[in-house]
Write a protein that binds this ligand. Structure first.
Ligand code: PEP
Ligand code: MG
Length: 566
């Protein structure tokens, strides 16, 4: 079995077609007739752009607009005066078109690859694709016809480029295996859009596998089963059928309201980490964002993001959501989330230390600039502010005071913002659970962060496997905490959501319905699953389950019982 990254879920069983890299070798030469060479280069660009437009049209029909835009982006890159101009300059200096294209593309590829940032590194793949396309045209190399692949083909190649993807006939390709790529690479995005199981980053896949051999692609686990036994073929055929059945069923929940079997409606939001993730939330049919983890804006850089930079990021996310709610959590650093340039002192007990709201309240300028950025973005959508790690009413009050100060500053400067912006508490500490009644009086909403709430209630670090047996949201103590937070929020008339991982757990969902949760915030791929889970239960059924669970004394008893009902 070969291991890689499962980049597009599902199972495919088929025969390998290795897409060998074509030779784009040439002998660099000096050109005497510069004008003729420039014309050859311009013709190649025209052919390249025509081909790419055709491929983009094909992808638009088979897959969708967004995927086509990836290819159309190639035209924009090569038509960019800077890149084209640099290539022309080399040709004018007497270099042949092939060498000029290669040299300038290499410069861009090296520059993008060096960033270490997944999205920027993706641009390197785009430029490689452009380089190979242009060289192919200049050298008159015939393209491999992926569109000729017969039914039941598993494509195996070093790198699946967007232009190769354009030739894929969805009904014929049952799997994709590549040597490079990650979850966020274009090949992964395209494979997911085409709903073809894909395993990426399998070392030497194109040389280890040979055309016509039978393999199984497990895009869910990231495995490639080579020389499968008949029993494995049967096993994966069954898995594939179950997966496709489940996918069809889940798709029937797209565009539907999130409601229980007896018609109570819920809000089903997504958790995001970057403004671009807001697109994933929308694509996944999320009804808003219940948690925007803003620390990602502060990471992977050497200085604090400015108020303007943050404003742009929050505004961008909000515009993508087109009026759907966006709950922005203020900076939650410390504990497991380090930001080196802040120079936080090493602590013996960082999870209990100087972090999140505690740090922000002591660094008021930084905190105020984040709050101002959020307020400014609130003029562009339904934005709400959420404070992490609240343990005492004073922290909530101090945070709210800063919000008022920021509002006053913006008023003086004549800048628009939502005057009635909601300010809520992320209930994720044992203390916030115990004083939920007090916090509810001064908070516009709660969102339960079960990832931390479980850790702080059980005094068990989520990263420490020795105490992993204690770290479960189904511990009676954690369930009591969750129930009490929801009940206290509800009696104060505020909405109570959950943005911790437990919100997507099918065993937790009937309990949350019974306790009275009104909003679920989950990762984008879980949206339809959670909508389906919620649709299964009536309040009466959920109450019966919750009553039994709340009478049980141990986590083992509770999970064993819940497994029998979901
Ligand atoms: C949580 O604690 O449940 C949560 C959602 O926040 P994070 O995982 O970012 O700490
Ligand atoms: Mg947390």
């Amino acid at each position: 079995m070969l291991k890689g990254i499962g980049a597009s879920e599902g199972y495919g069983i088929g025969r390998v077609m290795v897409i060998a890299e074509q030779s784009l070798e040439y002998t660099p030469k000096e050109v005497a007739d510069v004008d003729a060479e420039l014309e050859r280069f311009h013709n190649a660009i025209d052919v390249f752009c025509d081909n790419t437009m055709q491929q983009a049209d094909a992808i638009r029909k088979s897959t969708g607009d967004k995927e086509a835009e990836i290819l159309e982006g190639h035209i924009a890159i090569i038509r960019d005066p800077f890149m084209g101009g640099e290539i022309e300059n080399l040709i004018k200096s007497g270099q042949c078109a092939e060498a000029s294209v290669e040299q300038i593309c290499k410069m861009f590829i090296d520059m993008f690859s060096a960033t270490g940032d997944d999205l920027t590194m993706q641009r390197a793949t785009d430029v490689k694709d452009i380089r190979d396309g242009l060289l192919g045209i200049l050298l008159g190399v015939k393209e491999v016809k992926i569109s000729d692949a017969p039914a039941g083909t598993v494509l195996v190649c070093r790198e699946l480029t967007p232009s190769m993807t354009a030739g894929i006939k969805k009904e014929n390709i049952v799997g994709i295996v590549t040597e490079t790529g990650s979850q966020t690479s274009h090949s992964a995005i395209l494979a997911r859009a085409l709903e073809i199981p894909a395993v990426l980053s399998v070392p030497n896949a194109a040389t280890q596998l040979s055309s016509d051999e039978l393999i199984i692609v497990d895009g869910t686990e990231g495995n490639v089963v080579t020389a499968p036994e008949q029993s494995q073929v049967d096993e994966y055929t069954a898995k594939r059928e179950a997966f496709l059945r489940e996918r069809r069923e889940l798709e029937s929940f797209r565009g539907k309201k999130t409601e229980s079997a007896d018609g109570t409606e819920y809000e089903l939001f997504c958790n995001i980490g970057t403004p671009k993730d807001a697109t994933k939330a929308v694509d996944a049919d999320g009804e808003g964002v219940g948690l925007f983890r803003t620390e990602f804006l502060f990471m992977d850089r050497n200085t604090l993001p400015t108020e303007d930079e943050q404003f742009e990021a929050y505004k961008q996310a909000s515009l993508i959501l087109k009026g759907k709610p966006l709950i922005i959590r203020t900076l939650d650093i410390g504990g497991d989330k380090e930001i080196p340039y802040l120079g936080l002192a090493k602590e013996d007990n960082p999870f209990m230390g100087f972090r999140a709201i505690r740090y922000c309240l002591k660094n008021r300028d930084m905190f105020k600039s984040q709050i101002k950025a959020i307020l400014r973005a609130s003029a562009f959508g339904d934005i709400r502010i959420m404070f992490p790690l609240i343990t005492a009413v004073e922290e909530l009050r101090a945070g709210k005071e800063l919000v008022e100060e920021a509002k006053a500053d913006l008023k003086v400067s004549g800048i628009d913002f939502d005057e009635n912006i909601q300010v809520g508490v992320m209930t994720e500490t044992a203390a916030s659970g115990v004083i939920a009644d007090l916090l509810a009086k001064e908070s516009d909403f709660f969102s339960i962060g079960t990832n931390d709430l479980t850790g702080y209630t059980m005094a068990a670090d989520r990263g420490n496997s020795d105490v992993g047996y204690l770290y479960s949201p189904f511990q009676p103590s954690v369930l009591r905490m969750i129930k009490s937070i929801i009940e206290n929020g509800r009696s104060a008339g505020i909405s109570v959501g959950m943005c911790g991982e437990a919100a997507a757990n099918p065993m937790m969902i009937p309990l949350l319905i019974s306790f009275g949760l009104t909003e679920f915030s989950v990762s984008a791929p879980s949206v339809l699953k959670v909508r389906k889970c919620i649709s299964k239960w009536t309040k009466a059924e959920a109450d019966t389950i919750a009553k039994k669970v709340m009478e049980m004394s141990t986590e083992a008893e509770i999970t064993a019982y819940l497994k029998t009902v979901v």
